[in-house]
Design a protein around this ligand. Structure first.
Ligand code: F6P
Length: 369
């Protein structure tokens, strides 16, 4: 029989996403209603790995008072980090070189010493991979899928995605009028890493004329031809939406910074490149808007807030049922539980045969292919 729970901890890792605070609130209230104590770990696992950094404690007891009125707020009251994966923690050696070490045993030791029985780990692929490793080492863990990129497998959606799509769509709506007034090409770059979900959904909803996503290598001449065809019809402006991970069929992905110990490569810059090339090919005045981290901010939409609250409560229910090594996921009929090992390290790309891509094609949107 699974030992009963008295104390749990919750942490948020990776890039922040709207809805994190709603998950934290939901976890705390559902735990408190079971008379469990709930602790929040600061900045991913840094609160455990670097307690000296936190004057008020790297791991803090959460209370109803602390989480009151936070479900509609962006960001995370616990803080987060996408550096310093405890499984591959970068350390600098005396000769100045960097090596990665596994510090996960320190996390297990912390849980044992402080008699914390289980962890709710809220994050994207990186955090869920860490959660899976901790589960395999014997910790009771439930994962909650977060990312604006929507690139996690085995869940219909992640929270944060809907908010990012809604904001990007509003930005596109605003850009149509200025683009049309100046008869310009507006190139809009959005996040999404190696998946084109944000670009695809907001691009179709926001009436972009071309959408370039990582799943479809693009030919700039096709995009230029689309702009020329619009011009010929008297539609003298165009909106081109580019995902940060999109790449030309004869080129490479644009990086702001290469991967380094403890941190993944930083994508970005493709918007500028596409804009320059389109200006050259079409002779049109062209401008670039990079939405970047604006997509991660703001209040979660009602959809994301509800998903986050459902996920938090479901994570606590799963622990109460004695489950571990699973992620709560959104299925078509309700919240499902899926094995962390089926999610960790897997990316959900846009399926090219999906009806959403087909819808874009039926509407005449150019995908650069
Ligand atoms: O994973 C979310 C994400 O927003 C990606 O789309 C983007 O590439 C990345 O985070 C940027 O993260 P940061 O600038 O915080 O390192």
């Amino acid at each position: 029989m699974t030992p009963s729970i008295r104390r749990i901890a919750v942490c948020t890792g990776g890039g922040d996403a709207p809805g994190l605070n709603a998950v934290i609130q939901s976890v705390l209230i559902a735990a408190d209603n079971r008379d469990w104590e709930c602790y929040g770990i600061r900045d991913g696992f840094n609160g455990i790995l670097f307690p000296e950094r936190y004057a008020s404690g790297g791991v803090q007891r959460l209370t109803r008072e602390r989480v009151r009125g936070i479900s509609h707020l962006g960001g995370t009251i616990l803080g987060t980090t996408n550096k310093g994966n405890p499984l591959r923690f970068p350390v600098t050696l005396p000769d100045g070189s960097t090596r990665e070490i596994d510090r996960s045993d320190e996390i297990l030791a912390y849980f044992a010493t402080h008699q914390i029985d289980a962890l709710v780990s809220v994050g994207g692929d990186g955090s869920l991979t860490i959660a899976n490793a901790l589960h395999q080492k014997g910790l009771r863990v439930v994962g909650v899928p977060k990312t604006i990129d929507n690139d996690l497998d085995k869940t219909f959606t992640t929270f944060g995605f809907d908010t990012a799509v809604a904001f990007a769509t509003e930005c596109l709506d605003r850009l149509h009028s200025t683009a049309e007034s100046h008869q310009r090409v507006m190139v809009v770059e959005v996040m999404g890493r190696y998946a084109g979900w944000i670009a695809l959904h907001s691009g179709i909803a926001g009436n972009a004329h071309a959408i370039l996503i990582p799943e479809i290598a693009f030919d700039l001449e096709k995009v230029a031809a689309k702009i020329r065809a619009r011009d010929a019809e008297g539609r003298l402006y165009s909106i081109v939406l580019v995902a940060e991970g999109a790449q030309p069929c004869d080129g490479h992905r644009e990086l702001l910074a290469p991967a380094e110990a403890g941190h993944a490569e930083r994508l970005g810059g493709i918007g500028e490149r596409v804009a320059d090339a389109l200006a050259e090919r079409t002779g049109k005045d062209t401008r670039v808007v990079v939405l970047g981290h604006l997509l991660r901010g703001g209040s979660p939409t009602a959809f994301d807030r509800l998903a986050a609250l459902r996920f938090g409560a479901a994570a606590v229910r799963a622990l109460d049922e004695g489950q571990s090594g699973i992620m709560v996921a959104l299925g078509y009929t309700g919240v499902d539980y899926v094995a962390l090992e089926e999610v960790a390290g897997r990316m959900k790309a846009v399926p090219l045969a999906s009806d959403t891509v087909q819808t874009g094609r039926d509407l005449g949107i150019c995908f650069g292919d």
